[in-house]
Design a protein around this ligand. Structure first.
Ligand SMILES: Cc1cc2nc3c(=O)[nH]c(=O)nc-3n(C[C@H](O)[C@H](O)[C@H](O)COP(=O)(O)O)c2cc1C
Length: 182
């Protein structure tokens, strides 16, 4: 099974990318988790789309289409999910005839520096994913708060409880994706 890990942060020291790296390490045997970099995707512009979609957008759409499931790890910015991720989803949703999201299983995780653990970001992305036809796994859910204390200086997840919860979340996504895709 192939899972596409999508990180809503493009900064080098991203805790959310750190979560996805830990998810790679905790994924069950036979599950390949690729971490996608959204940093190459420019701001959405319908004029650009009319001429030709950028190669970075086509590559993102192909990566989603090739995946059996998505694991989305996104920070919370001002009570919502990030513009970087929304922009990438908007690009990939166009044109509707080739959008790769419909029926695709996905799970949400998120790490924030504060106490919210990305609860508001995860709530905010749900209607967007619904509009795209993504089938979001309802449980168990994974919110990570006070991230700085859970990762080392190289952004490796060092907290065992968080690792255990992440392993459960990835395992649940694998089972969910098998059910949805069968
Ligand atoms: C523009 C901006 C807005 C933010 N708003 C929130 C917020 O509403 N809630 C929160 O918990 N953290 C907020 N933060 C903190 C980020 O969630 C935190 O820095 C997080 O670690 C960023 O994710 P990353 O480590 O994956 O890059 C904000 C950060 C920025 C840059």
């Amino acid at each position: 099974m192939k899972i596409l890990g999508i990180c809503g942060s493009v900064r080098d020291g991203s805790f959310n990318r750190g979560l996805l790296r830990a998810a790679q390490e905790e994924a069950p045997a036979g599950v390949e988790l690729e971490i996608y970099n959204l940093g190459e995707i420019q701001a959405y512009n319908a004029d650009v789309e009319k001429v030709e979609a950028p190669a970075s957008v086509t590559a993102f759409k192909e990566a989603i289409a090739a995946a059996d499931a998505m694991l989305i790890a996104c920070p919370e910015y001002n009570g919502s999910f990030t513009g970087v991720l929304k922009n990438a989803l908007d690009w990939a949703s166009r044109p509707a005839s080739t959008q790769p999201f419909s029926g695709k299983p996905a799970a949400l995780v998120g790490a924030s520096g504060g106490p919210s653990g990305t609860a508001r970001a995860q709530a905010a992305i749900l209607p967007v994913l619904m509009a795209l036809g993504v089938i979001v796994m309802p449980k168990p859910g994974m919110m990570v708060r006070n991230s700085a204390s859970l990762f080392d200086e190289n952004v490796n997840l060092t907290d065992q409880d968080t690792r255990d919860r992440l392993r459960d979340q990835v395992g649940a996504l694998v089972a969910f994706a098998k059910k949805i895709n069968s």
